[in-house]
Design a protein around this ligand. Structure first.
Ligand SMILES: Cc1cc2nc3c(=O)[nH]c(=O)nc-3n(C[C@H](O)[C@H](O)[C@H](O)COP(=O)(O)OP(=O)(O)OC[C@H]3O[C@@H](n4cnc5c(N)ncnc54)[C@H](O)[C@@H]3O)c2cc1C
Length: 285
């Protein structure tokens, strides 16, 4: 059962979950270290929905009790033993401007180093940014980079496995530095391939043209190469566009969409219209 947080800054209820398994889902040789962590909570108050986020309360530093950070659910299931949920976590590092040393991000390193049976504290779910539309004829255009795939994996599984079927078009644009780092769509782990034979599902992958030089993933080019499909969905009143991943993808999407729309002004106007109608939802971090 959840207990209440007493800190004035966070009045949300705290839940606990035990780590069932922890698997690195990018290759050992890759600089990108992403782990899939599967947890179970017995807390009946935890009400997960596809695409929702939770706030992991990693142990704090410098006298702070917690270091809270948000993570999207990559999956969840209600079982007789409790609610099982998966997170897809990228190990973060930053370089200190003053001494040039590299430090690990607190919560991501805590999670990536966690051993099975460990218990974590978390609150939430804190939001459901990517709700499943009630009308199964809704077209869904999802654009995700890196760990931005997490909420979409959960959504795609839910609409095809739990919802029954989906008549609207589901288009997933996913980007990673290289093919091996394409989360849930690489040689070792390709669970999104389960949906390739769904007549309404299509996935588009995009990588960096020069991964060794850290050149950005060419999401803009992939969107432009599929301009007719993308623009058709943008302009269909019965569609939603969901975007998730690192903030740096925003510039690429704006560039591609401006080119598809004809000008930055035309795209800006269209984007405002989509946001106002609740048809464009972004989760960038
Ligand atoms: C809604 C939402 C959903 C998210 N979902 C996911 C997800 O599914 N998977 C995922 O991996 N992440 C996700 N994130 C990101 C996640 O919440 C964390 O921000 C991320 O894991 C880094 O947290 P951290 O505690 O490891 O790093 P922190 O310790 O908080 O550091 C984070 C960054 O802060 C900067 N920084 C901090 N201290 C310094 C310093 N002293 N000097 C210079 N720079 C510094 C650096 O840029 C560093 O990379 C999500 C974020 C949001 C907002």
């Amino acid at each position: 059962m959840g207990k209440s947080v007493t800190s004035a800054s966070d009045s949300a209820q705290i839940h606990q979950a035990q780590l069932l398994s922890s698997t690195r889902i990018t290759p050992e040789a890759s600089r990108e270290e992403v782990w899939q962590l599967v947890f179970r909570t017995n807390d009946p108050d935890f009400d997960a929905k596809p695409g929702s986020c939770i706030r992991v309360l990693a142990p704090g530093e410098y006298g702070n009790r917690y270091h809270p950070r948000l993570y999207s659910l990559a999956d969840h299931d209600y079982t007789t033993a409790g609610t099982e949920f998966a997170l897809c976590v990228r190990r973060c590092f930053f370089v200190d401007d003053v001494n040039g040393e590299e430090y690990g991000g607190v919560a991501s390193n805590y999670l990536c180093d966690l051993k099975p049976q460990s218990v974590v504290e978390f609150s939430g779910p804190v939001s459901y940014p990517f709700a499943i539309p009630t009308d199964p004829y809704t077209n869904l255009l999802m654009i995700g980079m890196g760990t931005g795939i997490a909420p979409f994996r959960s959504l795609i599984r839910s609409i095809y496995e739990k919802h029954g079927s989906w008549q609207g078009k589901v288009r997933l644009f996913h980007g990673a530095r290289s093919g091996l780092e394409m989360l849930y769509m690489n040689d070792a782990n390709n669970d999104l391939a389960l949906y390739y034979d769904q007549p309404t599902f299509k996935a588009f992958q995009t990588v960096s043209p020069r991964p060794a030089f850290n050149e950005p993933v060419a999401m803009d080019k992939t969107l432009e190469q599929n301009a007719a499909e993308v623009w058709g969905m943008v302009n269909s009143p019965n569609s939603r566009i969901y975007v998730a991943g690192l903030t740096k993808m925003q510039a690429q999407i704006d560039k591609a969409m401006s080119s598809i729309a004809g000008s930055p002004e035309a795209w800006s106007e269209k984007r405002q219209e989509l946001v106002a109608a609740g048809r464009w939802v972004e989760l960038l971090y």
